[in-house]
Design a protein. Structure first.
Length: 420
């Protein structure tokens, strides 16, 4: 079967990989001249298979007033006259319950564990892949006791859910500094942290490039339509038939919509409302001063929602979530915030002023679950809405989508990710 995949970010390329492995002929459509130029380009680089708790958490509504008023808040809203944004916001607040958060966490853990297994298998099968992958563990530090207590409860919840993978360690402030000596300077500000040995970091952009090269090796007939914008989806009698692009129509037997924050626009042309809003994130990529000054593990400042990931010879400082519509401009105030936090957390690791700034739109659903599966239009499939977990969940999402296309028994329960 000839299948079009719209979007050559990490989710789209992962989808294409599993489709060509299953024997399908794939055509990729991507509006940029090369793969992974948007949310997959310079993201946090963390493969956080155990840290999948959704942003819609029970404690978020109480924090929202403070976040709305603070200039340096980790989550910022720009309210617009956009009914879709308001519907998303109301659905987000409705998802901020302990019951919904626990349910979503369980579902995301299953998808993340599948992704971890797929990454392990991919690296074993193709040892020549080089995208700075390193299983160096992840340390999430908490600044206040209430947040730390909630982290303990989250660890206990995941244990009850039977989460696979490496065990999680609860650490006090001194133990955090012992685990990661580069935190010694701020240990007095910490209440404690959680360390998970099995988590990893990698360069998502390089991963996409190398996985695409592997796809072309497996299936030389794979067509890559770069610098090609998908303008609308064409149907006949309720069935997908082609994609209209700026370079003409491309026909196929089926189509997978994996275009991130652009997916709602294309789906809307068929009367399909995707509950996805772009959450703009930011990053700085800093050249390390010396390897012994960088954190050995990936570190997350939970309160400020900022991650520090040593990737190759660089330190990736990333975070923040701005709900500001499809605004791709880099807000210099947000980048300045990342610079200040990097100088505070790891002052000897790198010069924050030398960092390369970036921003990207992460396609997020209200409750944090991606949309993977069929659409109301026959032979149009959805693989979108992964939010900040796109890199972590991409391989499992691509595998699951491929199983559904081929009418195979899904490797994990798929109903949780169906369009609702």
């Amino acid at each position: 079967m000839h299948i079009i995949v719209i979007g050559a970010g990490v989710v789209g390329i992962s989808t294409a990989y599993y489709l060509v492995r299953a024997g399908h002929r794939v055509s990729l459509i991507e509006r940029h001249p090369e793969p992974a130029r948007e949310a997959s380009f310079a993201n946090g680089g963390q493969l956080s298979y155990r840290y999948v708790a959704p942003l819609a958490a029970p404690d978020v509504p109480a924090k929202l007033p403070g976040w709305l008023l603070a200039a340096d808040a980790p989550l910022r809203f720009r309210l617009r006259a956009d009914p879709a944004q308001w519907r998303w916001g109301l659905a987000f607040l409705a998802a901020c319950t302990a019951r919904q958060s626990a349910r979503t966490t369980a579902q995301l853990l299953a998808l993340a564990e599948s992704s971890r297994q797929q990454m392990t298998g991919l690296l074993a099968a193709h040892p020549g892949l080089d995208f700075a992958h390193r299983s160096n563990g992840k340390l999430v530090v908490h600044r206040d006791r209430g947040s730390f207590a909630a982290a303990r409860r989250q660890v206990e919840l995941q244990q009850r859910l039977g989460a696979a993978g490496s065990p999680q360690e609860i650490l006090d402030a001194a133990a955090c500094a012992a685990r990661e000596p580069m935190l010694a300077g701020i240990a007095g500000q910490l209440a404690g942290g959680v360390f998970t040995a099995g988590e990893a970091v990698a360069d998502c952009h390089r991963f996409c490039q190398q996985l695409l090269a592997l796809i072309r090796e497996i299936a030389p007939d794979t067509a890559c339509h770069f610098a090609t914008t998908a303008q609308r989806l064409l149907t006949r009698q309720g069935r997908f038939v082609a994609v209209a692009t700026g370079n003409g129509e491309i026909a196929a037997d089926a189509c997978v919509l994996a275009s991130g924050s652009e997916a709602p626009r294309l789906a809307a042309g068929l009367g399909i409302a995707l509950p996805i809003q772009p959450l703009k994130g930011y990053s700085l990529t800093l050249p390390l001063a010396a390897t012994d000054t960088a954190p050995s593990a990936s570190v997350t400042d939970f309160a400020r929602k900022i991650v520090y990931a040593p990737i190759g010879g660089q330190l990736r400082v990333a975070g923040i979530a701005d709900l500001v519509g499809n605004d791709r401009r880099i807000d210099r105030r947000r980048i300045a915030l990342l610079r200040r936090q990097a100088a505070e957390f790891f002052p000897a690791a790198a010069d924050p002023d030398a960092g390369q700034p970036w921003s990207g739109l992460r396609p997020a659903t209200p409750d944090g679950r991606p949309i993977i599966g069929a659409s109301p239009c026959r032979n149009l499939w959805l693989n979108c809405g992964h939010g900040p977990l796109g890199f972590t969940l991409a391989l499992a999402s691509g595998k699951l989508l491929g199983e559904l296309v081929d009418r195979q028994q899904p490797s994990i329960p798929d109903a949780a990710f169906a369009l609702r």
